[in-house]
Design a protein around this ligand. Structure first.
Ligand code: 13P
Length: 250
């Protein structure tokens, strides 16, 4: 499948970075497209991104969504609001949301469901802590998050999801999982997805790797058999670095 490279800007960026990033991507890596590319900026920058990417293949994504449809939920943003701005991807269950905002697997599942019901592809993030890896619980942890996050969701809906494996110890630390470590976990995830859907569907579900992906390690990671793309934090804020990662995907 064509690789999918997604930039997660977290709480960074500006209108001017949107302009600069989209121009650079168009010139450097989108003619012809070397990968499928999407950017997930903070909510207030989504309208600017939507305008900037018009007539290009760049997708617009959000970093979060409310588990409610509308109502008295101060500070939340609903799925229908995202739809109005042509958002096509929604990150859910990022480890920063899980650890700083107390998001549980149950809440992650509700968000996955609400996005799917409205035709937005969830990018569901799962990943173990260093402690869990060191005690040999990494696979069990990741599979638990996967199964709980997709609980009670029909197989044909699961087939619309994107899964991002982001080991918590590799996020923003400069420490990357080795290509072999990452690929092995992706295979474990794929095997579970086959159980939850079918072999054919599971093979078409993009499983992204995230955690200190940079221009210098992207090609090696993305060349692995079960790594279908990358979810990029820090390096997605620098147009040249992000382009280099996308080149590594081709
Ligand atoms: P870094 O690429 O900055 O390590 O962040 C990864 C991440 O959390 C993407 O969602």
């Amino acid at each position: 499948m064509t690789k999918l490279v997604v930039g997660n800007w977290k709480m960074n960026g500006s209108r001017s970075l949107i302009e600069q990033m989209v121009e650079t991507l168009k010139q450097e890596v989108l003619n012809p497209p070397l990968a499928q590319v999407a950017i997930c900026p903070p909510f207030p920058l989504i309208p600017a991104l939507e305008s900037a990417v018009a007539q290009s293949s760049i997708g617009v994504g959000a970093q979060n969504v409310s588990n409610h449809l509308s109502g008295a939920y101060t500070g939340d943003v609903s799925v229908s609001m995202l739809k109005e701005f042509n958002v096509t991807y929604g990150i859910v269950g990022h480890s920063e949301r899980r650890s700083y905002f107390g998001e549980t697997d149950e809440l992650v599942q509700q968000k996955v469901k609400i996005l799917l019901e409205h035709g937005i592809r969830p990018i569901m993030c799962i990943g173990e802590s260093l402690e869990q890896r060191e005690s040999g619980e990494h696979e069990a942890t990741v599979l638990y998050q996967l199964v709980e996050g997709l609980k009670d969701i029909a197989a044909d809906q699961i087939a619309q999801c994107v899964i991002a494996y982001e080991p918590v110890w590799a996020i923003g630390t400069g420490k990357t999982a080795t290509p072999e470590q990452a690929n092995q976990m992706h295979q474990v995830i794929r095997t579970k997805l086959i159980e939850l859907t079918s072999e054919e569907s599971a093979k078409a579900i993009p499983i992204l790797y995230g955690g200190s992906v940079k221009g210098s390690n992207a090609a090696e990671l993305l060349n692995q058999s079960d790594i279908d793309g990358a979810l990029v934090g820090g390096a997605s804020l620098k147009p040249d670095d992000f382009c280099q990662i996308i080149r590594g995907a081709s």
